[in-house]
Design a protein around this ligand. Structure first.
Ligand code: HGY
Ligand code: MN
Ligand code: MN
Length: 408
C-alpha cells in the first residue's frame, strides 16, 4: 500500500469541502465543515475506529486498547483560513488515520487506546477566538467565548448548536490527565527550514506564544479638497507611521514576528479624510517575556505617533496563548522514529500556533513537521509530497509502537 499516495488522494478529496475552488475555505460549523466530517467518518471507520462528535464539534475516532489502559491522542484542525491550502490542519487527521490503518494491517496491537481528533476551529477566522475543542478537553474552556459573534452576527453558541454540538456540555468534556498519555500533532512546517535542510520530517521543540491586539487611531474627517494639509488629523497617516515603526522594530527583535494583518478605515470614501482606523496587531515569540516587552514597545510607539499626528490612540489585547514546550521524552521517542526514516530530521521551534498549544494544558505534547514546498502555507500553493507524507505515516506508526503505556 502506498500510504503517502493514499494521503494525497484523501487530501484532494476533502479539499473539495470548501466554499469555493480557490484553495480551501472551510470555516467551523458550516456546510463545508459538515461535509468534511462525513468524509473523515469514512476514513475513521476504515481504520476501525469508534466514532462520535463531541459537544464542541470535535470528531473523535477511538481505537480501544486494553481495559483500563490510558489513551494517546493524535489530532489537528479541520478548518482552514480563507483561500488557504489543502494540508494545513487536516493533514494531521489524515495521516493519523492512515498510521492506525497501517498498524492494523500490520497486525500491531498497542498497549493503550488511541484517539484521532478532528478539531473544529484552530484558525480563529470565523469567530474572534480559537481552540475551543482542545481547550474543552484540557479543561481550560472559557464559556464566555460562546457569546462571540461572527461577521454576520451569529454567535458561536448558535453556530455550534445548529451544527449538532451542545454548548452547555462543552465544559464537561475535560479529560482526566492521569488517563491521557500524551498528544501528537503532525503538521506541515509552514516555513522554509526542512526544505533548506533537505529533510522530509522535523521534530518540534516548542510552539511560540501569540497575542492579538486591536489598535485604533481616531482623528477627524473633512473634505479632501478643502481642508489644508497642515491642519488635518488624518487617522490613516498616523496608522501608516505606526505600521512602519512596528515592522522596523520587529526586525530588530529576536525570534519575534509582528504583523498588522487586518485594517478598516472610516468613512472609507475617496473624497473624505480618514477619521478612524482600526487595525489588528499580532505578536508572536518563542519567549513570553520577549513578547510582553514588544507589546509595551508597540504601545509606546502608538502613543508617540498619536502625539505627533494629533490623533487619539488605543490598543486592546483581544487574544493570547502562551508559548509551550514539547515534552522531552516524546521528543526523544519521536526523534528516534523520525530519524530512522529521515536521518536529517532536525529539531526546530514552531512559529505557527497549533491545537497542541492548548493540549499542553492536558498532557505532554509532541509535534512532527512535514516539509512543505517553498515553506508556503495559508495559500492555495501549499503543497507536501506523497513521499514525505509516506515517511510521516511510517514515523507515526513507529512512534506509537515505541511508546509504552506508562511512559509518564
Ligand atoms: O496562526 C497560526 O499560527 C495558525 O495557523 N492558526
Ligand atoms: Mn493555519
Ligand atoms: Mn494549522
Amino acid at each position: 500500500m502506498n500510504w503517502g499516495q493514499c494521503a494525497q488522494n484523501r487530501l484532494s478529496e476533502i479539499a473539495a469541502c470548501s466554499v469555493d475552488a480557490t484553495g480551501v475555505t472551510r470555516f467551523p460549523f458550516t456546510p463545508q465543515h459538515a461535509a468534511a466530517l462525513d468524509v473523515i467518518r469514512l476514513w475513521m471507520s476504515q481504520a476501525g475506529l469508534q466514532i462520535h462528535m463531541d459537544a464542541a464539534g470535535t470528531l473523535v475516532g477511538r481505537k480501544e486498547g486494553p481495559k483500563g489502559a490510558p489513551s494517546f491522542l493524535i489530532g489537528s484542525h479541520q478548518d482552514s483560513v480563507r483561500n488557504g491550502g489543502k494540508y494545513d490542519g487536516i493533514m494531521g487527521v489524515v495521516l493519523g488515520c492512515l498510521a492506525l490503518e497501517k498498524l492494523m494491517s500490520d497486525g500491531v496491537a498497542l498497549p493503550f487506546s488511541v484517539e484521532i481528533l478532528a478539531f473544529a476551529d484552530e484558525e480563529g477566522v470565523r469567530f474572534p477566538t480559537a481552540l475551543m475543542g482542545p481547550r474543552a478537553l484540557a479543561g481550560t474552556f472559557d464559556p464566555a467565548i460562546l457569546d462571540m459573534m461572527d461577521k454576520d452576527g451569529v454567535s458561536l453558541r448558535t453556530a455550534l448548536a445548529r451544527f449538532g454540538g451542545d454548548p452547555d456540555c462543552v465544559a464537561s468534556l475535560a479529560r482526566d490527565p492521569a488517563k491521557t498519555l500524551g498528544y501528537l500533532e503532525v503538521h506541515i512546517e509552514q516555513g522554509p527550514v526542512l526544505e533548506a535542510k533537505d529533510s522530509a520530517l522535523g521534530v518540534v521543540t516548542g510552539i511560540c506564544g501569540i497575542e492579538r491586539n486591536t489598535v485604533t487611531f481616531t482623528g477627524d474627517t473633512g473634505h479632501a479638497g478643502t481642508v489644508p494639509m497642515d491642519s488635518r488629523r488624518d487617522a490613516l497617516v498616523a496608522a501608516s507611521d505606526f505600521i512602519s515603526a512596528i515592522h522596523d522594530a520587529a526586525k530588530q527583535a529576536t525570534d519575534l514576528r509582528a504583523t498588522v494583518g487586518a485594517l478598516s478605515l472610516h468613512p472609507n470614501v475617496v473624497n473624505a479624510i480618514p477619521r478612524a482606523v482600526e487595525l489588528t496587531l499580532e505578536i508572536r515569540a518563542l519567549s513570553d517575556a520577549v513578547r510582553d516587552d514588544f507589546a509595551r514597545l508597540a504601545r509606546s510607539l502608538g502613543e508617540a505617533t498619536s502625539e505627533d499626528r494629533h490623533v487619539g490612540f488605543s490598543m486592546q489585547r483581544t487574544y493570547e496563548q502562551s508559548a509551550v514546550p514539547c515534552n522531552d521524552d516524546l521528543i526523544d521517542t519521536l526523534s528516534t522514529a523520525a530519524g530512522a526514516i529521515c536521518p536529517a530530521a532536525p529539531h526546530l521551534p514552531s512559529g505557527a500556533t497549533h491545537d497542541a498549544s492548548a493540549m499542553a494544558d492536558l498532557c505532554p505534547i509532541s509535534m512532527l513537521f512535514v516539509r512543505c514546498k517553498d515553506g508556503v502555507s495559508h495559500k492555495p500553493e501549499e503543497f507536501a509530497t506523497s513521499d514525505d507524507m509516506d515517511a510521516a505515516i511510517q514515523a507515526i506508526a513507529d512512534f506509537l509502537k515505541a511508546l509504552n503505556a506508562n511512559f509518564r
